[in-house]
Write a protein that binds this ligand. Structure first.
Ligand SMILES: C[S@@+](CC[C@H](N)C(=O)[O-])C[C@H]1O[C@@H](n2cnc3c(N)ncnc32)[C@H](O)[C@@H]1O
Length: 250
């Protein structure tokens, strides 16, 4: 007769579950560039397979149909044309936001005004003031998980032209760098709606680890290229990267 050991049984079940998660994660295309790990796929499938990170810094679809645009030649310099892809038809489901909150210890979520009903009330909202008062939005809002004073960063929207805009809703790198700096020294940052990889570029510049997820292969390839290029640039730390700490399993 064999002895049944509940602790040993639990350990084996845990090992089997971890192996199954690793195998599923390995089924997604993955690119590793220095401290960045990028997954091509649906964040609703990938998020549950990842270890918890220090911070989620992201810019989800707002559900306002801005996933493409016609070229304009208006009086304020005009806008570039982008094919309509359909991903901004609706905002992510409440379950996706729950998974996103669960994925990290701290959060910055751009488009916060479109999702405010899904987050707990906090004080430290971020405002990107676009520096111009024209016929477009004067700025954008991010919800953060932190209490404290609201902060405003003024940066003219033409910063995007200097970055080389390649995505219809691309954020300036400076805005994502500033967003990360508003948190308590996160070492590993996750962006589950990576788009053209701006958060990853900001992480490369700040010396932080990055995990990105993007559904559209076209944007994923742009993100790979931009993050790779960012790592080729000389890095000037504005602050010391936070000290290493114990990583989770997986
Ligand atoms: C608002 S854009 C992010 C733009 C990004 N901040 C940048 O600077 O390029 C949202 C992105 O989420 C992607 N997306 C939408 N649903 C997704 C999903 N379920 N999983 C992963 N990515 C998704 C879209 O393809 C789009 O590129």
């Amino acid at each position: 007769m064999t002895d049944y050991d509940p602790a040993e049984n639990a350990r084996k079940s845990y090992d089997v579950a971890i192996d199954a998660m690793r195998e599923k994660l390995a089924s997604f295309r993955c690119e590793r560039i220095h401290d960045a790990t990028l997954y091509l796929g649906d964040c609703r499938e990938i998020l549950p397979l990842l270890p918890k990170v220090d911070a989620v810094v992201t810019d989800p679809p707002y559900g306002i149909g801005k996933d493409g645009q016609k070229r304009t030649t208006g009086g304020h310099g005009g806008r570039k044309a982008y094919d309509f892809m359909g991903w901004d038809a609706s905002r992510p489901e409440p379950e996706t936001f729950a998974a996103l909150l669960n994925a990290g210890a701290q959060h910055v979520i751009w488009g916060g005004n479109y999702f405010a009903d899904l987050f707990p009330p906090t004080g430290k909202w971020l405002v990107w003031d676009k520096g111009q008062r024209i016929n477009q939005s004067d700025g954008e809002l991010a919800w953060t998980s932190r209490q404290g004073a609201l902060r405003i960063f003024e940066l003219n929207r033409v910063a995007l032209m200097l970055d080389g805009a390649q995505h219809p809703t691309q954020k300036p790198v400076e805005i994502m760098q500033w967003s990360i700096e508003q948190l308590e020294s996160p070492r590993t940052i996750l962006d589950p709606f990576m788009g053209s990889g701006t958060t990853g570029v900001a992480c490369a510049k700040l010396g932080r680890k990055f995990i990105g997820i993007e559904l559209e292969p076209k944007y994923f390839d742009i993100a790979v290229k931009r993050i790779d290029e960012a790592y080729r640039q000389p890095r000037l730390f504005k602050d010391e990267p936070p000290k290493p700490k114990q990583e989770a399993l997986l």
